[in-house]
Design a protein around this ligand. Sequence first.
Ligand SMILES: [Zn+2]
Ligand SMILES: [Zn+2]
Length: 129
Amino acid sequence: MQRGACLCGEVAFVVEAEVQDPIACHCRECRRQSGHFFSAVAAPKAAVRMTKEVGLAWYRASDKAARGFCRTCGSSLFWRADEGPTVMVAMGALEAPTGLRLSGHYWVEEKGSYYDISDGLPQHGRGGA
Ligand SMILES: [Zn+2]
Ligand SMILES: [Zn+2]
């Protein structure tokens, strides 16, 4: 199980499932919303239980997906496709230690020009979160 929260605490949640290793998405949309690239882990939608959601808001980022954030402090928290069983949970929201390690990079062709990906992890093209 993982516990998570936004910066101000007006959104808090638990992930009541074992999750696999997280990914980093370098797409333009994730970079815009998160401020850098977006590291997140897939969790079953039904396993993410909100314990405080007074601050939770959703931005409809496309006709297929929405991005969850805290309306008070602005923390990036979730990426959720309308279809499919999982929601991506921001690694930055999770309480340490998570016991998880980044497993790879996605949408690398849209990464920022101001950094390199040099950790040796697999790099994938379009189609990530
Ligand atoms: Zn907040
Ligand atoms: Zn992305």
